[in-house]
Structures are given as structure tokens and as C-alpha cells.
Design a protein around this ligand. Structure first.
Ligand SMILES: Nc1ncnc2c1ncn2[C@@H]1O[C@H](COP(=O)(O)OP(=O)(O)OP(=O)(O)O)[C@@H](O)[C@H]1O
Ligand SMILES: [Mg+2]
Length: 347
């Protein structure tokens, strides 16, 4: 299948106040297929937002792509001019953010903002864009869309504003929607309504989606495939069922071990991950998760550790030396076969 988005070896660096470059996204490669929902998870500061901003070429001035390609619908976005990118952003590829109040312009009515996108990207005449804007507001479940057209963002609730953002994002029938924690600011009931609506619209319009979230419950509901990031790198990718049933990377296991489930036994203990994501992780030698990992062994601190993605099954890859060829089933055997050190079993 031809990928809609094919990101290869993407590296992003930011220049700090000391004028030194810091690589925060390190050789990230992944694909999104037509019609697919890919979820990106990982703790704060792992590079999820920077990856998505780099794809859309929306990095702040002190950040830039230092290596890699971003093939979208057959075009390498890293090679396009600002003008060419403008034609793609907002029409073929759109993004919604966490806080809809700051994403919407406070001095224009909702109607004007939805219509603007239609007029700029689809060249619609005014009358036609009014009609289409009303239809879109109705589609995202806003009551009385005609009245809604005349309202300003501050007159709407958080959930209503996020629905308006979705209407704008979907207005030009994009092929890819990137949503960065779109419902974190909303209460759980509204969150689940909005995500159910988004999923229906994604399928109805045959679009693809990258959803960035901390909420593993949402991942289970939304994702076809999941990509786990840690310290600027992808550490595991798998389809959603495999990831929840057989997580391979100790980091993914730890993330899942930290969330409750309604199927839990009453005495199940939630385990937090000790420590935090390291600062300046690009200077670490070996596996970047080693210091926090329960399965760590000497080999994890060797320079070669953490450099390779290994197969943990069909379409399931993991950045952990316990899955290298000579460590076939270390997590169940309880031993790292290359250094013979005992590792903690999670099974
Ligand atoms: N404009 C910037 N200038 C310098 N460093 C930045 C900038 N934006 C992000 N970073 C750094 O890049 C790294 C990755 O940040 P990013 O925002 O992608 O994390 P994230 O995974 O989206 O976290 P969160 O879950 O909190 O949103 C962090 O170490 C952050 O400090
Ligand atoms: Mg983020």
C-alpha cells in the first residue's frame, strides 16, 4: 500500500540561548497509511509535538529539520517553498491543538473563521461558503449552527470551541489531520463525545489521522497503530491490539503499568515510572531509558544499545537489545542472554 505520509530519519534541532544546537527529535521514521489513525504516546518532553510540528514545517524560529525527509502524498515537504507549503497546510493536511481558545481568532466570529478557510483554500464565493460553513457546524454537532455562525470564540464553551476547530480542520476535506492533545482541556464526557465524532468523521471522509495523547484509554479507543516515543526516539511501534496485549519495550510496559483498567483485580497496584525523562538526552550513551528501566543490564549502556529497532513480531518493532537476535525471549526467560545478567520479568 502506498503510504500517505512517509517520514524517514527525521531529526530536529533547536538552538538554545547559548547558541548551541540541541537535537530533540532523533532519526524518527514512520508511515501513515490512507484511512489509518496513528497514535503517538510518550511522557512529556519526548518529542511528540516537535515531530508533528516539523512535519507541517511549523517549528519555531530557533528550530529546524537537520536531517530526513517528509514525503506527503508523494511530495517531500522539506524541499517545498513557504508558498507551496501554504497550499498544503490547511487544505490537504490540517492540525488541531489542545487549546482551541488560543487557536481561534478572538476578534472574528466563528462563521467568518470557518468561511475564511473555505474561501482561501477552495476559492468559494461568499454565499457558497456561508452555506458550507453552516453545514460544517451542523456536522460537528453544534446546536443552532446559524446562530453559532454569529458568535465570537469567547461566547462558546471549551467543547464547542473544539468542535469549531474540528469544523475548520475538516472544511477542505484534508487527507491528514494531526491532532495534538485535542481534548486534554475538556472534561471526560465532552472529550469522549468529541473523539467519537472525530473518529466517525475521519472514517466518513476517508482521512488519516495522527493523534498525540497521554491518555492510553483514548489510544485504545481511537488507534489503528501506536508509536511510543521516548527521549526523542521511537522506542516501539505496533498495531493497537498487539501494543496493549504484548507490549515489548520496558518503557511501554511501564506506561501501561501506570494506568488503571476496569478489568483490574481489586488488589492491582499501579506502578509509577521512577525518575523523569532526562534533559539533554542526545548526549546519553546506550539506551536512553536505561537509568529508569527495571530490565537494565550492562549491555544497555554500551554505545550500540538503543541504536537499532528490532522485530518483536509482525509489524511490531522495538528499540531494546533484549529483542536482538541473540536475546530471543529475555523477558519471559528472565535472562539477558548476551551478558547473562538476570533481568526482571514483567510477565
Ligand atoms: N521552541 C523550542 N525551543 C527549544 N526547545 C524546545 C522547543 N520546543 C520544544 N523543545 C524541546 O524539545 C523537546 C521535545 O518537546 P515536545 O514539545 O515535542 O514534547 P512533547 O512530547 O510534545 O511533550 P508534552 O507531552 O509535554 O506536550 C523538549 O525537551 C523541549 O524542551
Ligand atoms: Mg506536546
Amino acid at each position: 500500500m502506498e503510504h500517505l505520509l512517509d517520514v524517514q530519519n527525521l531529526c530536529v534541532a533547536f538552538r538554545g540561548d547559548d547558541h548551541r544546537e540541541r537535537t530533540v527529535v532523533d532519526h524518527v521514521s514512520f508511515q501513515v497509511n490512507p484511512g489509518e489513525i496513528l497514535c503517538i504516546v510518550g511522557e512529556s518532553g519526548c518529542g511528540k509535538s516537535v515531530t508533528s510540528l516539523a512535519i507541517m514545517n511549523l517549528l519555531s524560529r530557533n528550530g529546524h529539520i537537520t536531517e530526513g525527509t517528509v514525503l506527503f502524498d508523494g511530495q517531500d515537504l522539506t524541499k517545498l517553498s513557504a508558498k507551496e507549503l501554504d497550499k498544503i497546510r490547511g487544505s490537504k493536511m490540517t492540525m488541531i491543538f489542545q487549546d482551541a481558545l488560543t487557536s481561534l481568532n478572538p476578534v472574528f466570529t466563528v462563521g467568518k473563521q470557518v468561511m475564511e478557510s473555505l474561501r482561501i483554500h477552495l476559492g468559494m464565493a461568499k454565499d457558497e461558503s456561508v452555506k458550507r460553513a453552516v453545514e460544517l457546524l451542523e456536522k460537528v454537532g453544534l446546536p443552532d449552527p446559524e446562530t453559532m455562525m454569529r458568535k465570537y470564540p469567547h461566547q462558546l464553551s471549551g467543547g464547542q470551541r473544539q468542535r469549531v476547530m474540528i469544523a475548520i480542520a475538516l472544511s477542505c476535506n484534508p487527507k491528514l489531520l494531526i491532532a495534538d492533545e485535542p481534548t486534554t482541556a475538556l472534561d471526560v464526557t465532552i472529550q469522549s463525545q468529541i473523539m467519537a465524532l472525530t473518529k466517525n468523521l475521519i472514517h466518513e471522509l476517508n482521512m488519516s489521522m495522527i493523534l498525540i495523547t497521554h491518555d492510553l484509554g483514548l489510544v485504545a479507543e481511537m488507534a489503528d497503530r501506536v508509536m511510543v516515543m521516548y527521549a526523542g526516539q521511537i522506542v516501539e511501534t505496533a498495531d493497537v491490539y498487539t501494543l496493549f496485549r504484548s507490549p515489548a519495550h520496558p518503557y511501554t510496559r511501564a506506561l501501561l503499568g501506570a494506568v488503571p483498567s476496569i478489568y483490574d483485580e481489586p488488589d492491582r497496584q499501579l506502578v509509577s515510572i521512577r525518575g523523569t525523562v532526562p534533559e539533554n538526552y542526545e548526549f546519553l550513551t546506550g539506551c536512553r531509558f536505561a537509568d529508569r528501566c527495571d530490565s537494565v543490564c550492562d549491555n544497555c549502556r554500551e554505545a550500540a544499545a538503543g541504536k537499532t529497532m528490532y522485530s518483536a513480531g509482525e509489524n511490531h518493532s522495538v528499540r531494546c537489545i533484549l529483542f536482538s537476535a541473540d536475546n530471543t525471549r529475555p523477558n519471559t526467560s528472565g535472562h539477558c542472554t548476551s551478558c547473562k545478567e538476570e533481568v526482571t520479568s514483567h510477565d
